[in-house]
Design a protein around this ligand. Structure first.
Ligand SMILES: Nc1nc(=O)c2c([nH]1)NC[C@@H]1CN(c3ccc(C(=O)N[C@@H](CCC(=O)O)C(=O)O)cc3)CN21
Ligand SMILES: O=c1ccn([C@H]2C[C@H](O)[C@@H](COP(=O)(O)O)O2)c(=O)[nH]1
Length: 283
């Protein structure tokens, strides 16, 4: 929590205003942030200076793991986060690749589970990582990347958190995740939860102990219409201690994640938080 608040304060103190064409808004921006999460010690990085809807963050990530490409499937899992990008962005609505209501196109999990090969067929990046790690193999390329410039024109948004790189040291699993663009008041609240939960889940299904998760962000920003709430409300609050995440121990394989897992398989203990803050969302 301290590192999150320090990043927010750094943006307020040192950020530079940058105009963003896609949203038509200005963002107060800094470059480079390195965050670290202690998954071994189960210090769940949930924001405590406002109420976090952490279940939606986990639902969203479960949708990526399943390779979903429809905002409707995300809604069924419990995340409304893709509704706006799938259905409200003018450029995407006019895109001939959009398959209709709720279609997100070839983004995130689609790339993670079925990256199209130029010579035909698809690559399932996540399956390969799970198979290798389960056999104790780290080939120094245990990477799932959603970043496919050859198909950007076929999706509603370029991936923000775009690459997840796993490492095995002895029987401890590590994760390094890379993010090119970060909406710190809204997106990061979710992304922290996702990086932590992804390492915890992968350690559980591949039979390893989780170590640390490293989260590397390039462009970290606060939109102009979020600044006042961040500076004058959220940053004035005192954080509470980190809660703990409990994952159903019956989740034992990638197939489990693909088939029966729901949000009921995740629980958070000792979550003390301040009141919710409704930050504006930019499409
Ligand atoms: N501008 C922008 N920021 C983002 O963080 C973002 C995008 N666009 N587009 C793609 C995804 C969608 N994500 C989202 C979308 C909505 C919320 C959101 O509204 N969160 C609310 C409550 C959510 C709920 O009630 O479930 C929050 O207060 O955290 C968060 C992340 C993250 N990404
Ligand atoms: O997981 C996510 C997804 C998206 N975001 C934010 C970061 C930006 O504010 C927008 C994406 O806009 P681009 O113009 O494509 O950079 O969404 C996030 O923080 N986390």
């Amino acid at each position: 929590m301290k590192q999150y608040l320090e990043l927010c304060q750094r943006i307020v103190d040192e950020g530079v205003w940058v105009a963003n064409e896609r949203t038509g808004k200005r963002c107060l921006t800094v470059i480079n942030a390195d965050l670290e999460y202690d998954v071994a010690g189960n210090q769940f990085p949930l924001i405590t200076t406002r109420k976090s809807f952490w279940k939606a963050a986990i639902a969203e990530f479960l949708g990526y793991i399943r390779g979903y490409d429809s905002a409707a499937d995300f809604r069924k899992l419990g995340a409304k986060t893709w509704d706006a990008n799938a259905n409200l962005n003018e450029a995407w609505l006019a895109n001939p690749h959009r398959k209709g209501e709720d279609d997100m196109g070839r983004v995130y999990g689609v790339q993670g589970r079925s990256w199209a090969k130029p010579d035909g067929g698809f690559v399932d990046q996540l399956r390969k990582i799970v198979d290798n790690l389960s056999r104790g193999i780290d080939d120094r390329g245990e990477i799932m990347s959603f970043y496919n410039p050859g198909e950007f024109h076929m999706g509603c948004l370029r991936p923000c958190m775009h690459t997840h790189n796993f490492s095995l040291l002895g029987d401890t699993l590590y994760l390094t995740s890379y993010q090119r663009s970060c909406d710190v008041p809204l997106g990061l609240n979710f992304n922290q939860v996702q990086v932590f939960a992804f390492l915890a889940l992968m350690a559980q299904i591949t039979g390893h102990k989780p170590g640390k998760a490293y989260h590397k962000i390039v462009n970290a920003h606060i939109y102009e219409d979020q600044l006042e709430l961040m500076r004058d409300v959220q940053l004035k609050r005192e954080p509470f201690p980190a809660p703990q995440l409990e994952i159903n121990p019956d989740i034992k394989s990638l197939e489990d994640l693909e088939t029966w897992v729901t949000l009921d398989d995740f629980k958070v203990h000792n979550y003390r938080h301040h009141d919710p803050i409704n930050y504006p969302f930019s499409v």
